[in-house]
Design a protein around this ligand. Sequence first.
Ligand SMILES: [Fe+2]
Length: 295
Amino acid sequence: MTTTMSPFIERAQAKGEVYIEQPYDLYSEENHETWRRLYARMLPRWEKYGNEHFLQGIANLCLNPDRVPRLEDVNQFLSPLTGFRAKAVSGYVPAFQFFDCLRNRDFPTTITVRHGDKIDYLPEPDIFHDIAGHVPMHTDKAFAETLVRFGDCAHTAAELAKGVTDPEERIRRLTSVIKAMARFFWFTIEFGLMKDRSGTGYKAYGSGLLSSFGELEHCIESPEVQRYPVQLEWVVNQYFEIDHYQPLLFVVDSFDHLFSLVDELEGWMRKGKLDNVSPGEPGVGEADLRSFLHD
Ligand SMILES: [Fe+2]
């Protein structure tokens, strides 16, 4: 079940199956060994740079440091806390379906494991990114509510798009709104920082940071990283690139703060304030646009 080398996943993709089972017996000893190495070297960095809600989440999930997790086991610890469940997927989930899953408290989860000889290189999400990077946060009530609220935003975006009669204008506006949502998600859920308890330092809560051995230290320690208090008007207009360490990160005060920003994002969407965000990355693909127009 290695990333890009799993016939089981390829067959599911060829059949158009997005939601799949986790065929646990297909994990090789090498896959388990990769998980063990990833987990062992991350642990001290999590303790040093991870947000306290994340550390509580890691404790709550009782992950086995030595074996690739079974989603079923993860869900036994996760669901009673916030209602969230990790749900196995075969690969990319188009944007609307992804956010709609969050609204239903399902988290689309990649089940493949990265190559053992490239543990730093992550061309796409794998189970370590999704389960060790994202899911611990889903045990936190305020964070879980934020994700659900994000799912509401996707529904609002779809509704608003359907109300635009001119097809070209509909696509133009929807592209801008999806871009704004993707940027917000990137700079918070994937790469967010939070003030630490003292109010002077930072801790990571973004899963892209928490699943990267190198970047987790870099994002807190490096003088090359710009860290600014989060501002919605900036985040929705800020392009990002995915192939190197992030040079610019945004800081929230708390998850209640983050939730209020998602609320504000939806308010801005309804007022048309996201219809003309600045162009640039990320690109919005055909599949993502279609997903918003045909639910
Ligand atoms: Fe992610």
